[in-house]
Write a protein that binds this ligand. Structure first.
Ligand SMILES: *Cc1c(COP(=O)(O)O)cnc(C)c1O
Ligand SMILES: [Zn+2]
Length: 558
């Protein structure tokens, strides 16, 4: 049994008890309300019990608006891993990047939390039928949990939602209603349907259970960071958790960060963390009313009537009051709003898949593209600890990311025509050998630097890469393999980069191979003039993440 909680009106402060179908303040009619708990009792219970509870969302049940959570309704929600993005961190020069891997929830997005808590509350209240409007993931998550709870779901989705997602909703037994129109219009149709039939309706960021469910992401991150970074908790000592410096998430209606920010504020209030992280809500450029409003210093966002983004998950054109709540959070506790193009999001998805082995959906790609941008702008600092929310799967979007030439084909000769099938097979396999990829030699005495450059190159295409650890080896490799490009460090013991260039120039076969020089230090004017006319590009180390490097590589390989 949870300690008591109450629902407080954000406008008039009036407090009532919670019942899912009462969706507005009885005194002033406002629909914007927040759950409040007995934090002192909760802290006491957590101190005694939390370390022995399973790592899932119900671990925090004292601060959730469900009186008696039923294990039989659970699908294992929450408790997702926090994964350090080691390669990405190295590439961006920002080593403390963590991925909150919500893909590992029951339906692969953080909407699982919302569905788990809301359906549990509805079940507890005896409700058997509900309506939700969705850009896809909400309806999928609600459908799974509704199926389990025996609740009938009417799912209103925009016709832009990919067919694979619609089928998944239908598979769980929900009624899918496709609305040809914007997401904001779809919400209106759903609301009309719900009020005509007197059905419970999900109210997005105004749904108490949904906002409360999102909080658990903040709780988990703080516990996980403490375990990863801090001294181990000792029995008898008060709990201490650790908040990141930044929380980055792609937003549509903004419910995620609203709930997560509340979670961090609660932990601070309880003394479990010592600061509240800055938040970075990221929108798709074609539908970025909150970013526009924030950059122009507006108090409310101007709705976008026709969103222009392929990322339908993020197509809320009218954020309503959610913008004010997020702006207040950013004004008080730090953060920023940013937008990225669909192309930047797709590129980010590809980079993370290749570097970290994590395949995400385009909406999460928006969050990562936002992260890249904020690091490049210097808004997120190299020493900051950053957590990025990751959801979904790339599947529906893979064709846009990879284009057509992503595989090599082996066509086996038919047995009838070929006398010796074995030979035919070998001939076919020879065509698969990767010796037609552009060939690049990386010369650097630091293994970290070689690994970094290799990673960056491999994240963007297929290359055959040779490595050399000093000048002598470099000359051997270059004369033997005749690569298409050399990426060369200048400062190496014995034969340095200047020596390698000189040796290349004296050999007719290697004299014209393009060279990109990477250097950690400012060059003297004498050194610069030694390089004049000898190399194609001079880059400072640390500049490698700039698109400039990859553009140079591409243009030199043409
Ligand atoms: C729902 C969703 C969003 C948008 O989240 P809000 O907090 O509702 O704005 C972003 N990314 C993914 C993967 C989502 O499913
Ligand atoms: Zn009120």
């Amino acid at each position: 049994m949870s300690p008591s909680f109450a629902i407080k009106c954000l406008d008039c402060g009036h407090t009532t008890s919670y019942f899912p179908t009462s969706t507005s303040c009885p005194r002033c009619n406002s629909q914007w309300r927040e759950a409040e708990y007995d934090y002192e009792s909760a802290l006491k219970i957590w101190g005694e019990q939390i370390s022995s509870r399973p790592f899932d969302l119900w671990r925090y049940r004292e601060l959730l608006p469900v009186r008696n959570p039923q294990p039989s309704l659970s699908l294992g929600e929450g408790g997702t891993p926090l994964i350090q993005a080691v390669n990405l961190g190295m590439m961006l020069g920002c080593p403390n990047i963590y991925i909150k891997d919500e893909r590992q929830g029951p339906t692969t997005s953080f909407k699982d939390r919302q569905a788990a808590v809301t359906i549990a509350a509805l079940k507890e209240a005896g409700i058997t039928e509900m309506v939700a409007a969705s850009t896809g993931n909400v309806a999928i998550a609600y459908s799974a949990y509704a199926a389990r709870a025996g609740i009938k779901l009417w799912a209103f989705v925009t016709s832009l939602v990919p067919a694979v997602k619609m089928r998944e909703i239908a598979l769980y037994g929900s009624q899918v209603i496709k609305v040809t129109g914007s997401y904001d219009q779809t919400k209106q149709v759903a609301a009309e349907f719900a009020s005509q039939r007197g059905l419970y309706q999900d109210m997005g960021a105004r749904t108490i259970t949904s906002v409360e469910a999102m909080k658990t992401i903040a709780y988990e991150i703080s516990e996980q960071l403490a375990a990863l970074l801090g001294p181990l908790p000792q029995s008898g000592r008060p709990l201490t958790w650790k908040a990141p410096d930044w929380y980055v998430q792609a937003i549509s209606g903004g419910m995620g960060p609203i709930g997560i920010a509340k979670g961090f504020r609660e932990l601070k209030l309880m003394g479990l963390i010592d600061r509240i992280p800055a938040i970075a809500p990221i929108q798709a450029e074609g539908c970025a009313p909150m970013v526009e409003a924030w950059k122009n210093g507006l108090e409310s966002a101007i709705p976008i009537a026709s969103p222009r983004t392929h990322i339908e998950t993020l197509a809320t054109g009218d954020p309503g009051r959610a913008y004010k709540l997020l702006k207040k959070q950013v004004d008080e506790f730090g953060g920023t709003f940013e937008s990225v193009s669909d192309e930047e999001a797709f590129r980010a998805m590809h980079v993370i898949a290749k570097m970290e082995g994590i395949s995400m959906e385009p909406a999460a790609g928006v969050a990562f593209a936002g992260l890249f941008k904020l690091i490049r702008q210097g808004v997120i600092k190299p020493t900051d600890t950053v957590v990025v929310n990751c959801s979904g799967h790339t599947m529906p979007a893979e064709q846009f990311i990879l284009g057509e030439n992503w595989a090599r084909s082996v066509v086996l000769p038919s047995r009838a025509k070929e006398e010796t099938p074995q030979e035919g097979l070998l001939a076919a396999l020879n065509q698969v050998a990767p010796d037609r990829f552009p060939r690049i030699a990386i010369v650097d005495d630091s293994p970290e630097a070689r690994r970094l450059i290799r990673r960056i190159l491999q994240s963007q295409g297929n290359f055959t890469i040779y490595e050399a650890t000093d000048g002598k080896q470099a000359i051997d490799v270059i004369t033997r393999e005749l690569p298409d490009l050399v990426v060369l460090d200048l400062m190496m013991p014995e034969i340095d980069g200047f020596g390698v260039i000189e040796a290349m120039k004296t050999n007719q076969e290697t004299a014209n191979i393009p060279v990109i020089v990477s250097t950690a230090k400012e060059l003297t004017s004498e050194e610069k003039s030694r390089l004049e006319g000898q190399i194609q590009t001079l880059l400072q180390k640390g500049d490698f993440m700039n698109d400039e490097f990859l553009e140079e590589v591409r243009s030199l390989l043409k």
